[in-house]
Design a protein around this ligand. Sequence first.
Ligand code: MD3
Ligand code: FE
Length: 218
Amino acid sequence: MSPTDDLFAESLPAAPKPIADGAWLLRGFVLSEAEQLINAIQQVASQAPFRHQTTPGGHVMSAAMSSCGDLGWVTDRQGYRYSSTDPLTDRPWPAMPALLRQIAMEAAAAGGYEHFEPDACLINRYTTGARMGLHQDKDEDDMAAPIVSVSLGASIRFLFGGTARTDKAAGWKLEHGDVVVWGGASRLFFHGVAPLGKRAEHPTTGPMRYNLTFRKVR
Ligand code: MD3
Ligand code: FE
C-alpha cells in the first residue's frame, strides 16, 4: 500500500455490495453528482408536477410522484399502468435528462448488467411520515432488465423480502447518494420503505427524500 493508493481510495466509490440474489448496493455512487440530480428532478417537476396518485383500491399514495422518459407510471381507480402521456397535463412526459440516463447505465454496469437502456424514470418524493407498502414491480414487460434506484436527500429504512409476500423482510438504510441495482432473482422481490422519520433531514433537501427508479418497460 503506497500513499497514492490512499489518495485513490478516497476518490473511488465503495465496492458494490451484494445484498440479495442479483442485487447490488452501491453506497455513495452518485454523491458527486447529487446536486445536479436534484436540479434535474426540479426541472422535470416544473413540467410534470409531483402529485399524489390514487390506487385502484381508492387509497391516496403518501409519496408524491412524477416521471420522465418515454413512459411514466400512472395509477388511478382504473388500475396501474405505464402511459406515454402525463394524465395531469395530457402531454408527453419530460425527456429523461442525459445525466440521469448516463448514471443509470453506469450503475447497472457496476452491478454487472451491461447495455441497460431505461425508457422510464419514476420519481418518488417523500416527506415526514410518507411510506411505501410492500409490493412487487411487475408492470414492466422486460423482466430481464434490472431496476436501478437512486436515493437523494433524507435517509429512509428500506425493506425487502423475497418473491412471496410472506417471506421475511430484511431492512437496510438508504442514504443520500446511494444506488441499488435490482436484477436477476431480486427483480421480483417484494420491497417497500418505512415511514420517513420525524427527524429525517438532509442539508440540501431539508425533510424531503427523493427516489429515482430507472426501468426498461418495453
Ligand atoms: C426491489 N420505490 O418506485 S427504491 C418504486 O424508495 C419503489 O421510493 C422505493 O419501490 C422508494 O417502485 C424503493 C428500491 C427498489 C426499487 C425497485 C425495486 C427496490 C426494488 C424493484 C425490484 C426489487
Ligand atoms: Fe417498487
